[in-house]
Design a binder for this molecule. Structure first.
Ligand code: GLN
Ligand code: ZN
Length: 782
């Protein structure tokens, strides 16, 4: 074969990925795991389902043409939690767990750490970099010792080999593990990084064990390298990997980074004494990556003998890859490295499983998209094209190019009316009429709420009846009138419950919403929603992110009918209107790759602004615009943050600033790590903000007080991510911490950490009762 692009002596370019969705078709894993929690699926059965799912996904990869497969990326709950068990780093505050000897005990231990026990709250959970995946935070202290517990991982290596595949174990790297950890006792002045030396010894043992099991390569993931790291951390990286490289009889080592540019880490990575690197060369990583990082990597001249996994297929984008561009990158890199392979930029965990499961997407639009299963094919196509020449994949390249052309020309994508409205936005549109203290006074006069008002974040449990009604509507077994009647009955019930519990500001409970983003996406122009496009958010919880296909506009009011109904049914108590904010709409959707996120956010903000105005006119005095995602899409690099925060804050302001002073704007965020975004949160100028605080024991309060946060705050007093019911005393203690920490009583609200839709009434009723009792008890002391 003659081929201009491929020197004959170069080894073939092979395809691989960093990981694949865990869920299985029809979210089989979720069903088995939740069945196990309910006691309906025993440990053996659950482990059997897990093994089957692992086999199926390996077979899927093999069918696509991938023979070197990731193993260890599968997880029953979370791979960082798995790493904690792999390293034997169960925190000392869980002394009574059954351990990890027998498989059933191991499961019990795993789920106890993930979900908490009667005695202990679970491990903290937080966002995995800038994705919407959540991991369980390792909890370490000076006394932590690591003990290798590699059984399950070795089994997975054997599973892949039994299928005739080449397993490449993928494990969170030691540096990333420690940098993602938190001190068990935040006040002890302990730095998890101080455990690097003993930890690396356990990784060395792991490498030897994996070599013994027949793994030729091991991938250690160090995504913390795409964040700003002090020089000291990069030095520790070198020391750690030099130690690992010195392990006798080890597999070849591949260090993987993803989610962004390498920056200062590039030269350090290039000279690590490891045999391979994986880098993110996708569009999500930013345009600079390919150029600057590759220059730095190749300049360092360490790459000539190494293997490089080129992450040219974006593992976080649902758009079909520009295969020509990917091939060009691969061809440019190939002469510079010892062995070049084509990869996804990161695990495909962050994508829906399979576009083929969608039956309702217009075929033209579907031709623009690629989900996890399709990305496998893309990776294989690029690798084949690089190895065998373009003509070997001519049909695939032509199809991809045709799809791109059809998308570019489609009227779905570009709407002049929307573009004109965005262009006409001015500064005035983003400011409320008066400063927040004047507004607060006007609102107080109008609403007459007690001190420490109690409320919830919006959703109430999504019961089986609600889901059944929604499914029946979808299948045509229930007509719209019947469905609406069922929702009104539910709203009545939820309002009655809140009245009975004595909550001050009521909500309608969001029964009509399948999901806080999807619901609005279905009602807005420009969004595409899926039937089966589930993506893991945490544990057994999956979301279906919509896809922003084109310019966004609101064809009709979306929530006004439900809010008006609830207001009339609430017997005079205030009912909050509930919207999902523009930044969150975008963050929890798959965005466009043909328009900036800032412009999409402005389009969404304008659509929501009209909804806010309509709610106000319908007599809704309190309107909450949730922005739980504002922090999670904060760019990983500090240099990129100011620009992001500027457009994100502006989008929130644009959504909410059109109301009168006496209309109270709330916002909600599901996290407490405010740090550098406190300024932005202040600039959002919501009258009331509720946020997560229970799991981190009100840590946020000090930050808010120190920053003189001017508006009202509801730091969550009940961790709704766990089935535990907080006691009255606990809630009193949290509120006392908030008051003592410097939040004035006149600006303190009492609420849970987040919405209640994933909880059961058996937990919700007593928890809210305790919350109200605690608020009354503290009020009485003021
Ligand atoms: N209003 C939403 C709810 O209560 C907010 C959820 C969230 O912040 N994730 O479900
Ligand atoms: Zn929340």
């Amino acid at each position: 074969m003659t081929n201009d692009h491929t020197p004959h002596e170069a080894p073939a370019v092979r395809p691989t990925v960093h990981g694949y969705p865990r869920q299985g078709p029809g979210r089989r894993l979720k069903k088995a795991v939740e069945g196990h929690w309910r006691g309906e699926v025993d440990a053996d059965a659950l482990l059997g389902v897990a093994a089957e799912l692992r086999r199926e996904r390996l077979q899927t990869m093999a069918e696509a043409g991938i023979t070197e497969v990731p193993v260890g990326d599968f997880s029953l709950y979370d791979h960082v939690l798995d790493t904690t068990l792999l390293l034997g780093a169960v925190p000392a505050r869980f002394p009574d767990l059954p351990g990890t000897g027998a498989p059933a005990d191991r499961l019990a231990t795993l789920f106890a750490l993930a979900r908490g026990t009667d005695l202990q709250p679970p491990l903290e959970m937080t966002k995995w970099f800038d994705t919407n995946y959540h991991y369980l935070v390792p909890e370490l202290d000076a006394a932590t010792t690591f003990t290798l517990d590699a059984g399950p991982l070795l089994e997975q290596v054997a599973e892949a080999r039994a299928l005739g595949l080449v397993p490449r174990p993928v494990v969170v790297g030691p540096l990333t593990y420690l940098l993602l950890a938190k001190p068990a006792d935040p006040s002890a002045g302990f730095d998890p990084l101080s455990l690097l030396d003993p930890l690396v010894e356990v990784y060395a043992e792991l490498l030897a064990a994996l070599a013994g099991a027949g793994a030729g390569w091991v991938q250690l993931d160090e995504p913390v390298l795409v964040q700003d790291q002090p020089a000291e951390v990069l030095e520790r990286l070198e020391t750690a990997y030099s130690r690992l490289a010195a392990t006798a009889d080890r597999p070849r080592l591949l260090v993987a980074t993803y989610f962004g540019e390498l920056g200062a880490a590039a030269p350090v990575l290039a000279r690590l004494p490891v045999e391979g690197l994986a880098v993110d060369l996708s569009s999500t990583a930013g345009a600079r990556t390919a150029e600057a990082d590759l220059a730095a990597l190749t300049d360092a001249a360490g790459l000539a003998g190494k293997r490089l996994l080129a992450g040219v297929v974006d593992g976080r984008s649902v758009w079909r890859t520009d295969l020509e561009a990917a091939l060009a990158t691969v061809e440019r890199l190939r002469p510079l490295v010892g062995q070049l392979d084509v990869s996804s930029s990161c695990s495909l965990l962050h994508l829906p499983l399979d576009l083929a499961a969608e039956t309702a997407i217009d075929p033209e639009v579907a031709s623009w998209l690629a989900f996890a299963r399709q990305k496998l094919d893309e990776v294989v196509t690029v690798a084949t094209g690089a190895s065998q020449g373009r003509q070997a994949v001519a049909a695939e390249l032509a199809a991809a190019a045709a799809a791109r052309a059809s998308r570019q020309a489609s009227p779905l994508v570009r709407r002049p009316d929307v573009r004109d409205r965005v262009a006409a936005v001015t500064e005035v549109d983003t400011r409320r009429d008066s400063p927040s203290d004047l507004r607060l006074a006007a609102q107080q006069e109008h609403l007459g709420l007690p001190l420490l008002p109690t409320t919830t974040i919006g959703s109430f449990p999504q019961t089986t009846e609600l889901r059944t009604a929604r499914a029946a509507l979808r299948r045509g077994e229930l007509d719209q009138a019947g469905y609406d009647a069922a929702m009104r009955t539910e709203i009545d019930r939820v309002l009655a419950l809140q009245t009975d519990l004595g909550l001050d500001v009521l909500v309608h409970g969001e029964p009509e919403r399948n999901d806080m983003v999807q619901y609005f996406a279905e009602l807005l122009d420009g969004f595409l929603t899926t039937e089966q496009g589930w993506v893991q958010s945490y544990g057994s919880r999956y979301v279906r992110p919509p896809i922003v296909v084109g310019d966004v506009a609101r064809p009709a009011p979306m929530t006004v009918g439900w809010s008006r109904y609830a207001r009339e049914a609430a017997g005079g108590r205030p009912v909050k209107g509930m919207l999902t904010g523009p930044v969150t709409m975008l963050a929890w959707s798959f965005g466009r790759d043909d328009l900036g996120a800032d412009e999409t956010a402005t389009q969404i903000a304008l659509a929501l602004r009209d909804e806010v105005t309509d709610l106000e006119q319908a007599g809704i005095d309190i309107i909450q615009v949730d922005e739980p995602a504002l922090r999670e899409t904060l760019p990983l690099r500090a240099a990129d943050r100011p620009a992001y925060l500027e457009w994100a804050v502006r989008a929130f302001q644009l959504t909410t600033a059109g109301v009168a002073d006496r209309t109270q704007v709330h916002t909600h965020m599901c996290y407490a790590e405010f740090g550098e975004i406190l300024g932005a949160i202040t600039a959002m100028d919501a009258d009331v903000i509720s946020l997560e605080a229970a799991r981190s024991r009100m840590e946020i309060v000090g930050d808010l007080a120190a920053a003189h946060y001017p508006n009202a705050v509801g730091p969550g007093v009940w961790d709704i991510h766990s089935p535990r019911v907080p006691s009255v005393e606990e809630v009193v203690e949290s509120l006392t911490l908030a008051l003592d920490g410097g939040i004035p009583a006149a600006r303190l609200w009492v609420n849970p950490d987040c919405g209640l839709k994933t909880r059961r009434y058996a937990e919700v009723e007593p928890s809210l009762r305790h919350l109200v009792q605690a608020a009354h008890a503290v009020r009485a002391r003021l």
